[in-house]
Design a protein around this ligand. Structure first.
Ligand SMILES: N[C@@H](CCC(=O)N[C@@H](CS(=O)(=O)O)C(=O)NCC(=O)O)C(=O)O
Length: 214
């Protein structure tokens, strides 16, 4: 059964897509246009009651929350493609730790900035400069922790690329790309080297090359 990924144009679904590519899992995409409110349609809400992207359909199995989805496929296809979970229970613990840090410390301030810089202008909503400054300061403190960690370890969970690193790809791409805040990465030597390493992976380059139809 081919996995259906809803909302390929957006960052959280890309977190799932890059994982499927790393694992060599066949998928197809179903466009969902947030600006047309298609994520609030009854059909979509039937799949994802919070009306957020992504959701996947794998036969009768439906799953939402991008990090739950990548954990599911990393486990289900553990012996296929790149091992993204670590080998020992201690490594798995560190993968989970840095995945949780990404979800609860890195993503929230960055998501607020993404919405303000990339979404608000399309919706005619003015930026809140104070909020932007506050979020950039929060994100900067989190990146300082990564700089320290990555001065001791090639990847966040250890000397292997894992879900913990993969999870950072979509939104950090926004940061260094359309948000024009790449200096937050480049000003940190070890974070910069880590970003160059993970973002140059063929899987992520493939995601960037897709011309997903909105
Ligand atoms: N924790 C969720 C967050 C999903 C989420 O916020 N998705 C955004 C799209 S993206 O910018 O994260 O890619 C969305 O649907 N936003 C529309 C909305 O919240 O109504 C996940 O990781 O799947």
């Amino acid at each position: 059964m081919v996995v259906k990924v809803y909302g390929p144009n957006y960052a959280s679904p890309k977190r799932v897509i890059v994982c499927l590519i790393e694992k060599g899992i066949e998928f197809e995409t179903v466009p969902v246009d947030l600006f047309k409110g298609e994520n609030k349609s009854p059909e979509y809400l039937e799949l994802q009651p919070f009306g957020e992207l992504p959701v996947i359909q794998d036969g009768d199995y439906i799953l939402f929350e991008s990090r739950a989805i990548i954990r599911y496929y990393a486990e289900k296809y553990k012996s296929q493609g790149t091992d993204l979970l670590g080998k020992t229970i201690e490594e798995k613990g560190l993968v989970d730790q840095w995945l949780e840090v990404e979800a609860h410390k890195y993503q929230p301030p960055l998501y607020d900035m993404v919405v303000q810089i990339l979404f608000f202008p399309k919706m005619g909503i003015p930026k809140d400069e104070n909020k932007m400054k506050e979020n950039e300061e929060k994100l900067s403190k989190v990146l300082d922790v990564y700089e320290e960690r990555l001065s001791k370890s090639k990847y966040l969970a250890g000397d292997f690329f894992s879900l913990a690193d993969l999870s950072y790809l979509p939104f950090t791409q926004y940061l260094v790309g359309p948000m024009e805040k790449g200096y937050m990465i480049r000003n940190r030597k070890h974070v910069s080297a880590w970003w160059d390493d993970i973002s140059s992976r063929p899987s992520w380059q493939k995601v960037l090359s897709f011309n997903f139809n909105p």
